[in-house]
Design a protein around this ligand. Structure first.
Ligand code: ADP
Ligand code: ASP
Ligand code: MG
Length: 404
């Protein structure tokens, strides 16, 4: 049996934690499995490296950022290999490039196009644990790339596919996928199982315990993923195709996201082609637009509001004067003082009264809804950032998620 185990930043933050991780990996290997470990950068190192770059320049080249940011993971991998050796387990570390992870050229959000895992397989054959630096890969031209924040999860699941592993285990600082962020909602519960499609929506809505792209890959290749606590014994959460029947048709959880900003173009003349003129340039600049709201005013002009990642706001602001001029908008506004909360679950589909329940819960808590977007399995509201905790707790209680 072959297993890919991924350990996140908090789980490898100190030498003592690395030693504990090594013991856990050693025990898994001694029970007879071939183990590939994927590691993140230690603690907040990625954030620190970003801050370091920004202390040099506000606009670093993405290629150089990838060289810099990938180094976080490049440090953890050999340290864990050394800890394993010290614990009596033969181990070897590899960078993403050495592990054969080939990606697109989109620096800072590269996509894995292919994995050539021969080296990994050879080392496993020799009885070694292979420790791979997560979050990184390389282009055809051997330029180092990174996979986007949280991307070590994606490295792990993609390696599990390439190595035909039995499953991928995501070890983190909480006991599994909860009904809401347990750091925000103390009585949140661990979901024993969740379907790929629900997990994908939950992760995309901000439940950052696993990266959405990792879930996408797991679903496409039917890899079983387990989310587990790095240091506590707990059954965790299984992400799979068909959870037991009674687990379906429910509200699974409340997600929140604070990396959100809202941009509004004011009094745009309402004529065909306007939307393309507004959103084309943002798309070309690689800025992802999420929720769009357009209100038709009576005098033939319209306010167009949309959300983007707060981390893209600086770049978006620089483009706004030009975009506003091109569509003859009478002004624009931008704020990152907002947040996104989402109710997620297949139970949303076909349950009457769902909107009323969410809106009245938020109204009773004195929370104003600025924008709304829905799909078959989520209802998302944009609210003021300072009210996130209150909103998530109120919705968690309204759907009685503490009782699952
Ligand atoms: P890692 O460093 O292990 O990758 P992350 O910080 O990326 O860990 O993800 C784990 C964190 O995700 C938890 O500490 C928790 O605060 C947060 N989180 C948000 N929503 C959820 C959820 N629904 N279930 C579990 N954790 C969640
Ligand atoms: N270290 C990277 C980050 O902080 C990747 C990861 O942890 O998954 O985003
Ligand atoms: Mg993570």
């Amino acid at each position: 049996m072959r297993i890919v185990q991924k350990f996140g930043g908090t789980s490898v933050a100190t030498p003592a934690k690395l030693r504990r991780v090594a013991r856990r990996v050693r025990d898994a290997q001694r029970s007879g499995a071939e183990i590939v470990v994927v590691v993140s950068a230690m603690g907040d190192m990625t954030d620190e490296l970003i801050a370091l770059a920004h202390s040099i320049t506000h606009d670093p080249a993405s290629r150089e950022m990838d060289m810099l940011l990938s180094s976080g993971e490049t440090i953890t991998a050999p340290l864990l290999a050394m800890s394993l050796e010290a614990a009596g387990t033969p181990a070897l570390s590899l960078t993403g490039l050495q592990a054969g992870i080939r990606t697109s050229r989109a620096h800072r959000s590269a996509r894995i196009v292919d994995i050539v895992p021969q080296r990994v397989l050879d080392e496993l054959e020799q009885g070694r644990v292979v420790v791979v630096a997560g979050f990184q890969g390389a282009t055809e031209d051997m330029d180092i790339t990174t996979l986007g924040r949280g991307g070590s999860d994606t490295s792990a699941v993609a390696l599990a596919v390439a190595l035909a592993a039995e499953r991928c285990e995501i070890f983190t600082d909480v006991a599994g996928v909860y009904t809401a962020d347990p750091h925000l909602v103390p009585d949140a519960r661990v979901l024993p199982e969740i379907a790929y499609d629900e997990m994908l929506e939950f992760a995309a809505a901000g439940a950052r315990v696993i990266h959405p792209r990792a879930v996408e890959i797991a679903e496409a290749y039917s890899v079983e993923v387990r989310v587990l606590h790095s240091f506590e014994e707990h059954p965790g959460t299984i992400i799979c195709r068909h959870p037991r029947m009674e687990e379906r048709q429910k509200i699974r959880g409340i997600a929140h996201e604070t990396d959100v900003a809202k941009v509004t173009l004011l009094r745009v003349p309402d004529r065909p082609g306007i939307a393309a003129s507004i959103f084309g340039p943002f798309g070309d600049a690689g800025i992802n637009v999420d929720i769009i709201v357009q209100n038709l005013a009576h005098d033939g002009t319209t306010d167009v509001s949309f959300t983007i990642a707060a981390s893209d706001l600086r770049r978006a602001r620089a483009m706004l004067p030009g975009v506003a001029r091109s569509v003859a908008a009478q002004g624009y506004m931008a704020t990152s003082d907002i947040a996104k909360i989402s109710v997620v679950g297949t139970g949303i589909r076909g349950t009457p009264g769902m909107f009323a329940r969410i809106f009245s819960t938020l109204a009773e808590a004195g929370i104003n809804i600025e924008m709304i977007s829905t799909s078959e399995i989520h209802i998302t509201c944009i609210i003021e950032r300072s009210q996130v905790r209150e909103a998530v707790r109120a919705l968690h209680q309204a759907f009685e998620l503490e009782k699952i």
